[in-house]
Design a binder for this molecule. Structure first.
Ligand code: EPU
Length: 420
């Protein structure tokens, strides 16, 4: 298993180009199953999760061609409907194929994803969405087995205990595109990746209104066609490089990111004293002076993203003073805390909040990545720690960050991947 080795110290300077969003690419690739025709998706990031989704499509009998950042999907007359445990257990977002398979083939058999290091990840809202559209759903032998001869539009309330669900909104919206009649979904998630998915679905011929707001309306159509789409930039990758610039007191242009997708992150960073300005093709991020502690609460979009919680905690852990970071989306998503503390951070957990006592310096250490965003926080810690940091289990990082070591090295970081 590869390791990332970092020699800490030094400012990051220069430009970094942001890749396409993982969390757009995954549901959009799944949505290509809604038609027999060929779809072409551009700006697809090279990530382990994307490769897993391609494996799922191929295991269904679908033709997939990949070239640089372009993926061409030709479903043709595929008729397999099973997403097996072997693939689903490596990526929860495999659930994205549930809605499209059910709507297009009338049946779907998706392995239950099982445990997850960031806490419980129920799928009740996905099931609620498709049942409301008339699907018959059973749990059999560790699989969700859903069937319907013809889905029928319906009024659905999709709110959950922890707010709206991004992928349950996607599942229900995708299934409703081929349902008979009108569907109104209330309490939808509003994430930019859902807007990107809806744009792709509209290009396929779907009739969808209101995406990006809590109320989405879908008028079902008889069939959809293939479409061409370019994936929106990854706001979480962008936010991670913004923190990397801030934490090293650097000066970095984050190219290709969208200001309007990052307002909550920008707000917290600016409150902390980070200078952020719009530039020709993105954002310039500098942190010339002393930073201040800020409190952060994660919420669904447009609130502060849970996928930036670990990185923001890392920044606060080397910002003198006390800050409180509260996780409202995945209340147990704190596995990074013990590894950061091994590097000299002073972070205490109190329920779903972390109390962060900023310290002057961290010291490099061997640490273990536990999930995707936790891995990013450990890489950030390595950039500022004294001495050498070895981050192991980097396959988590490879799920969601395209060539992170190359991009950071180009900004001046002393970082390399060691093949083991
Ligand atoms: N939830 C339920 N029932 C459900 C589904 C979700 O109670 O049926 C709860 C979850 O347990 C959680 C909350 O709802 O407390 C929100 O979870 P959500 O369903 O929105 O998460 P998701 O759609 O499975 C996506 C991203 C995650 C990101 C979350 C929240 C993709 C592929 N994944 O997951 O991304 O953290 O939304 O923004 O879009 C990551 O990229 O590192 C990542 C984990």
């Amino acid at each position: 298993m590869d390791e990332i080795v970092i020699d800490g110290g030094g400012k990051l300077q220069g430009r970094v180009k942001i890749s396409g969003a993982k969390n757009s690419a995954l549901p959009i690739l799944a949505a290509t199953l809604l038609t027999e025709e060929t779809s072409v998706i551009e700006n697809v990031p090279h990530l382990r999760d994307v490769h897993t989704m391609v494996k799922i499509l191929r295991s269904l009998g679908v033709k997939v061609r990949m070239a640089t950042d372009r993926i061409e999907v030709s479903p043709g007359k595929f008729n397999k409907c099973v997403a097996p445990y072997k693939l689903v257990s490596t990526m929860r977002a495999s659930i994205c194929v549930l809605g499209p398979l059910l709507a297009h083939l009338g049946r779907a058999q998706i392995s239950l994803p099982g445990g997850c290091v960031i806490g419980p990840r129920p799928i009740d809202l996905h099931i609620k969405g498709i049942e409301a559209l008339g699907a018959d759903v059973k749990i059999e032998h560790g699989y969700i087995v859903a069937r319907s001869k013809q889905l029928v539009g319906s009024d659905i309330y999709l709110g959950g205990h922890f707010g709206p669900s991004v992928l349950a909104t996607a599942t229900t919206m995708m299934a409703a595109t081929l349902a008979k009649g009108k569907t109104v979904i209330e309490s939808c998630a509003c994430e930019p990746e859902l807007i990107d998915l809806a744009e792709f679905l509209r290009k396929m011929g779907a009739r969808i209104k209101g995406v990006g707001s809590p109320r989405v309306e879908v008028d079902g159509v008889e069939r959809l066609k293939g479409a061409h789409h370019t994936i929106t930039p990854d706001r979480i990758e962008a936010g991670t490089y913004m923190v990397a610039a801030a934490i090293t007191r650097g000066d970095v242009e984050v190219e290709g990111c969208r200001f309007d997708h990052l307002t909550a992150v920008i707000d917290r960073l600016q409150q902390a004293g980070v200078k952020i300005t719009k530039c020709a093709n993105g954002l310039r991020v500098r942190a010339p002076g002393k930073l201040r502690p800020v409190d952060v609460t994660t919420l669904s979009y447009p609130g502060f993203p849970t996928d930036m919680q670990a990185q923001m905690m890392m920044l606060m852990s080397v910002t003198e003073g006390i800050s409180v970071i509260t996780e409202k989306v995945f209340p147990d998503r704190f596995l990074h805390v013990s590894e950061l503390n091994r590097m000299g951070s002073h972070i205490f957990l109190e329920g779903s909040s972390a109390i962060v006592h900023g310290v002057k310096r961290l010291s490099g250490a061997p640490v273990m990545a536990s999930d995707l965003r936790a891995s990013a926080a450990l890489i950030l810690a390595g950039l500022v720690a004294e001495g050498r940091t070895d981050v192991s289990r980097v396959y988590h990082l490879d799920r969601g960050y395209e060539r992170i070591e190359d991009k950071l090295r180009a900004l001046g970081a002393k970082i390399k991947r060691v093949k083991k």
